[in-house]
Design a protein around this ligand. Structure first.
Ligand code: LLP
Length: 420
């Protein structure tokens, strides 16, 4: 999907008036379109497409995808329960976690599936449920991410079981009569499509060591272009050779493996935008810079500060002067790291955007904020409340799907010891 404004100025004004700013806005039509694209991933012998719900776990989004035919990837016990609470059948939830939940047995008994992500996890699950059918997440030896922080494969990554420890996997599985029925790999977010294909072949080869494996899960990581300078991964292109490789394995061995993918970014990144208001315009003199301060920032959008991520910025000037200005766009938190317009991949380097001349009170829309924004922020920093979330349905009707937090909710778990 191309970077898009997502909202007309009329709808933006209506949403701001009805729900306030900052507010995340998601587009149901776009979500359903992305779900269809994921479900059309090339496959030889069947496909399960899972939504990596860590990208955007709101119940209304989970339900939208559940109805669209997606299954789910949960990254913690809490996420798995959250999906169940949202009405997702446990059988549709697969858990791949860095931290096996203390109540894992309850989740297992509810019917979720799991990929053991370390030898310790495999052993723990084996002790709890000898004879179970489970998946194993491998680190295939190579990774690729849009930034070093999102590369989760190779010798520098702690995720999954290092591929050379395969004999230990077999030994633990044999000790507990575990049936390994699924192999899982996920090598990063924003992966280079060629590395992804290469690793997918390595993962397919791993299945040769596990005769009971019926499913190969190749993770997520498909690139999305949020700004015009970026290039997204086309699922048809990246998947076609892998489909062939599955077919070839079947010819050779008679094994027709089921494919799973689990994108997060691809399904939601460009289906969401963050609607904010310009709350100040300041400058640092003739040789300095002109800043737009928004009523949002790292409290809703951490990706620029964390990765130097680029997000498109659209302004809705109340008074269109026809002029443009270079603006440094910053957030409302009291630190210079709260920078929206950083240089690509360089969170600490100030950059500016040429935008329509704007004034205090104007609305501003930050695009590409469906994935890992509401889900991953410095929520409550500077005691700003968690923002509201709105879903625009297929008839262009906005629905509030999460209320804005109140100050009472921010402080509700604080306790003053006696005498304070
Ligand atoms: N599967 C597993 C096991 C994962 O850990 C992840 C993401 C995904 C699937 C989905 O990856 P995606 O398709 O979204 O790239 N916060 C970063 C992304 C980190 C994702 C971590 N794991 C961002 O804002 O780009």
């Amino acid at each position: 999907m191309e970077p898009t404004r997502l909202l007309s100025s009329a709808l933006a004004r209506q949403i701001a008036a009805d729900f306030g700013t900052p507010v995340y806005v998601y587009d149901q039509t776009a979500l359903e379109q992305q779900a269809r694209a994921a479900l059309a991933f090339p496959n030889a012998f069947g496909l399960t497409a899972r939504f990596a719900m860590k990208a955007l776990p709101n119940a209304a989004i989970l339900r939208t995808f559940d109805r669209a035919g997606l299954h789910f990837d949960a990254s913690s016990g809490y996420e798995a329960w959250r999906a169940i609470k949202a009405g997702v059948a446990a059988e549709k939830i697969s858990l791949s976690t860095q931290e096996l939940p203390a109540d894992f047995a309850a989740l297992w008994n509810a019917g979720i599936t799991v990929n053991a992500c370390s030898l310790h996890q495999l052993d723990t699950i084996g002790k709890l449920f000898p004879g179970a059918a489970i998946g194993v997440r491998f680190n295939p030896g190579q990774g690729s991410g849009g930034t070093g922080k999102t590369n989760v494969g190779g010798p520098d990554a702690s995720f999954g079981i290092w591929h050379e420890h395969l004999p230990a996997v077999q030994e633990i599985a044999a000790r507990h009569q575990l049936r390994i029925v699924r192999i899982h790999t996920h090598i990063g977010s924003g992966s280079d499509p060629l590395v992804w294909q290469q690793v997918s072949r390595l993962s397919l080869d791993l299945t040769r060591h596990f005769p009971e494996v019926t499913t190969l899960n190749l993770g997520g990581g498909y690139k999305v272009a949020r700004v015009a300078e970026e290039k997204g991964t086309d699922l048809q292109t990246v998947g076609a050779p892998i489909k062939e490789a599955f077919a070839k394995l079947a010819e050779e061995t008679g094994r027709q493996l089921h494919l799973e993918i689990e994108p997060g970014t691809f399904l939601v990144a460009n289906c969401g935008a963050l609607l904010a208001r310009v709350q100040d315009v300041v400058d640092t003199g003739a040789q300095g810079r002109r800043f737009l301060k928004l009523d949002t920032g790292m409290t809703e959008l951490l990706r620029p500060s964390l990765y130097g991520a680029q997000h498109p910025i659209f302004l809705f000037p109340g008074n269109d002067t026809g002029r443009r200005q270079d603006y440094v766009v910053v957030g409302h938190c009291c630190e210079s790291g709260d920078l929206v317009t950083c240089a690509p991949g360089e969170p600490e380097t100030i950059s500016s955007r040429n935008l329509p001349e704007t004034a205090i009170g104007d609305l501003c829309l930050i695009g590409g904020t469906g994935a890992y924004c509401s889900a991953m922020s410095t929520k409550n920093y500077n005691s700003f409340p968690e923002a509201a979330e709105v879903l625009v349905d297929t008839s262009s009707q906005p629905h509030l799907i999460r209320r804005r937090q109140t100050l009472e909710q921010i402080t509700q778990n604080e306790i003053l010891p006696a005498g304070f």
